[in-house]
Design a protein around this ligand. Structure first.
Ligand SMILES: Nc1ncnc2c1ncn2[C@@H]1O[C@H](COP(=O)(O)OP(=O)(O)OP(=O)(O)O)[C@@H](O)[C@H]1O
Length: 249
């Protein structure tokens, strides 16, 4: 059991149907996906296809669907809460970086929160309030907070959106180091194929309404060991399948 604690959970996603009242078609239908323990899977696809909704279902936040989403065999809503990072940092403005981390999980000790801030490169900024931190630093606090909630399962919803490329690279490095050290299972929603090529072991392309898995790429060369050319080739492959689905939709 000790070894199992070092890995992320396996996800068994078997969605029979997910609808929203105002949508004439189901958003998701018969969507089956197994995510292996400790893998980093990018979810890509056009805006509105249902990526964020699927993430909320895996996080146990959205339970209004038919089918099952299991986290190590346990229904998502009953599993240990996942670490979530949203499109914006969503820090509480009246709390310091340190207290933002502790607020989501009161059992987190001050020492653990400080260590987590160190791991995202923010030692020395623990008593800063969100407005005193740059946008990139705020995102890193959000990542540290997600990791404090659950270092085994991370659900990242466009965590780099509206950061400039230098800050994206910085966040990617911080995230990669955390992933290498703690080996969580990660679902990364992104609209940028380059992010998938940089960080993921596998990319799932969602397309259509109801959304289906239009492509499922597993990359042979481990993340972190890909040359720029190899990343470009992967990104082009993903982009082509998104573009192809959009033009044939
Ligand atoms: N709470 C809700 N009530 C009604 N419709 C919703 C709700 N949440 C999402 N939707 C609809 O479901 C569809 C998919 O939304 P979702 O946010 O999952 O897509 P997405 O692929 O993550 O898109 P984006 O990349 O733009 O964030 C959209 O048409 C959206 O309007």
């Amino acid at each position: 059991m000790a070894a199992a604690a070092m890995t992320g959970p396996r996800l068994d996603i078997a969605v029979e149907g997910k609808r929203f009242d105002f949508l004439p078609e189901p958003l998701l239908e018969r969507l089956d996906l197994v995510v292996e323990s400790s893998s980093v899977v990018a979810l890509v696809g056009p805006s509105g296809v249902g990526k964020s909704t699927l993430l909320r279902m895996v996080g146990g936040i959205d339970t209004l669907f038919s089918g099952t989403v299991l986290v190590d065999g346990v229904p998502a809503a009953s599993a240990q809460p996942a670490g979530f990072v949203f499109q914006d940092a969503r820090l509480l403005p009246w709390l310091t970086a340190l207290d933002n981390i502790r607020a989501v999980r009161p059992e987190t000790t001050e020492a653990a929160a400080l260590e987590m801030l160190g791991r995202v490169g923010l030692s020395g900024f623990e008593h800063y309030f969100p407005h005193e931190l740059s946008g990139g630093m705020q995102r890193r606090v959000a990542l540290a907070r997600a990791f404090s909630v659950n270092p085994r399962l991370l659900l990242l919803d466009e965590p780099f959106v509206s950061l400039d490329r230098t800050l994206v690279r910085e966040m990617e490095e911080v995230l990669s180091a955390l992933v290498e050290a703690s080996r969580p299972t990660v679902l990364l929603v992104t609209h940028l194929p380059e992010d998938a090529a940089m960080l993921a072991d596998r990319a799932i392309v969602l397309a259509g309404r109801p959304a289906r898995i239009a492509a499922d790429y597993r990359f042979d060369i481990p993340r972190g060991q890909r040359s720029r050319e190899q990343r470009e080739a992967i990104a082009n492959q993903i982009a082509a399948s998104i573009g192809m689905r959009e033009t044939t939709a």
